[in-house]
Every structure is written in C-alpha cells, then in structure tokens.
Design a protein around this ligand. Structure first.
Ligand code: ZN
Length: 220
C-alpha cells in the first residue's frame, strides 16, 4: 500500500446509525488524513517516501530514532485496514473458511464475540483489537497506540479501532456499546475471509521456500 489516503469503501453516512457521518468526517477526513500527511513528510526526510507502508512499518518497528515515522505509518496502515474491516451490511455470523477456523481455533463465533469484545474493551487507553493469523492459528490480540500486528509477524484478518476518536462523538465514554454495535452490525467477514485466504497462501509459500532452502543446505 502506497503512502496515500485510500478511498473509503462506502459513503460517509453508510455506517449509520452505528457510526455517524460526523464521526467518519472527523475520523477519516481529519485523523486518518493527518497520519498519511505526517507519514509522507517524515518518510521523505529519510528517503523512504516511495516505499510501501508495509515496508516502512517493518523497517522502523522498534527503532527509537524512527519512532514518529513508525507511529504515523502504522496508524495510516491500521486505519486503511479498519475501514475495510467494516461493512454497512456486515456483522452477525461469519460464513466460509473463517467460520470453520473460528470453530477449530477459538471454539466458535460466540467465543470470538466474547474474547474480541474483551480485548477491545480491556485495551487500556488508545489502541486496537485484532483477529490475526499467527503460526497458522487464529488469535485475538490487542495493540497499544499505533502498534500493529505487521510489526510482530502476524497476519491481520480484522481490526477494531478503540481510540476515543473512533467512538466519542456517538457513544461518549460508552466504549462497550460501540464495540457491541460493530460486532453485531458492521464486521466485514468477507474481508476476513479474503485476508485468511491470502495469509494461508503466503504461509504455505514461505514453507515451500523454507523447504527448498533446507533441501539446498542438505545438498539436495
Ligand atoms: Zn482511529
């Protein structure tokens, strides 16, 4: 993904009544845009402006000297991923591969709802709740502030922004109501299925490369 503000995949008022047009105008139009602009400016200073966001994030993760660039690049990426994690016709029970994997790895959709809501509600201060693929297992994770699963070798499948700017206009301090509304009405399971598919393909490709490398080392 290049450093740019992506188009929202729906109209500004499409997530109403769960997330208002006013929230999207501010969240997408101001916050997300500011992360993108700051990333562009900071990446230019270190000659990374032509690099994809994913590469900038991986290159600057954990480096104190590049903390501001990491934070802005990760927030730019996380927000683009968040908009696609939502769907005006989403929510409810998943279908397809992700439904089977939730069953196998977590114990089913009801367990997912409970654990994802707990991760989102229990994140102290600003951050994100995630459904990720790690070591070929579905897992629920929290990250603080700008941190992102991309910096930890995980494949993100879905996210929920729990920064106050995501819900304060609509729910004030009632974060659990925002979380429940998103899980019930907006989660984009098709997006999760596509990410799972890509993550599984990438993992088996990496395994094949690994096998080939091992073969070479054995002189095969
Ligand atoms: Zn946000």
């Amino acid at each position: 993904m290049q450093i740019a503000l992506p188009q929202l995949p729906y109209a500004l008022d499409a997530l109403e009544p769960h997330i208002s047009r006013a929230t999207l105008e501010l969240h997408y139009g101001k916050h997300h845009r500011a992360y993108v602009e700051k990333t562009k400016a900071l990446a230019k200073e270190v000659h990374l402006a032509d690099q994809p966001l994913e590469r900038i994030i991986r290159q600057t993760a954990g480096q104190e000297a590049h903390r501001a660039l990491f934070n802005n690049a990760a927030q730019a990426w996380n927000h683009a991923f968040y908009w696609r994690s939502l769907d005006p016709k989403g929510g409810g029970k998943p279908t397809g591969e992700i439904a089977e994997r939730l069953e196998e790895d977590l114990g089913g959709h009801a367990v997912f709802v409970e654990q994802f809501a707990a991760a989102a509600g229990g994140q102290f201060g600003s951050g994100w709740a995630w459904l990720v693929l790690e070591d070929d297992q579905l897992k629920i994770k929290q990250t603080s502030n700008a941190d992102t699963p991309l910096a930890h070798g995980q494949v993100p499948l879905l996210t929920l922004d729990v920064w106050e700017h995501a819900y304060y206009l609509d729910y004030q301090n009632r974060r659990p109501e925002y979380i429940a509304a998103v899980i019930e009405h907006l989660i984009n399971w098709d997006f999760a299925n596509r990410n799972l598919d890509r993550g599984t393909v990438a993992a088996s490709a990496a395994e094949r490369i690994d096998e080939t490398a091992r073969g070479r080392r054995r002189g095969l």
